[in-house]
Ligand binder design. Sequence first.
Ligand code: MN
Length: 197
Amino acid sequence: MAHSLPALDWSLDALAPVLSTEQLDFHYNKHHNTYIVNLNKLLDGTGLEGESLESLITNLAQVPEAKRTAVFNNAAQHFNHSFYWKSLSPKSAGPGPKTIAALTAGFGSVDDFKKQFSEKAVTVFGSGWAWLVKKADGSLAIQQTSNAGCPLTDGNVPLLTFDVWEHASSVDYRNLRAKYCEEIWKIVNWEHIESRV
Ligand code: MN
């Protein structure tokens, strides 16, 4: 079955004023969708049309060599964007008890975590992503990835991501990535983190 744009849990006007309808429409319907269209084209005729994103991202050996880089980039960007939408919510209620305990153990306090996460997000060089991940040993870490880089490659379980490609914020924040990384905390989906931590 062909990959398709996942339905969102909120409407495109629900995250304003942090992210405007225009920003989200452009990001979801243009950028994210393009990765999916490209991925389906790349997989067409390879016998891999039914493979999950996780399988494609973590087992590139199954992909014809000439297509590996392009399949990784488009599959990972599809995964990363789908996860980014899940990381955002108009009903941002603050961290739950499991999340508070895990962030305190890992980073000192929730505020210390937010400060460290923002710092990592702002300092990704060029295009990429900042992630809160759970590692195989159960500990939490903040990870930066470049371009289409995805924590699944390292066997990490993503809990939260900020897209820091310029296209993620350029409609609303122009070149002000730090401002975007500050404002976006207002719409973090803490419930999603609590369900995965
Ligand atoms: Mn993006």
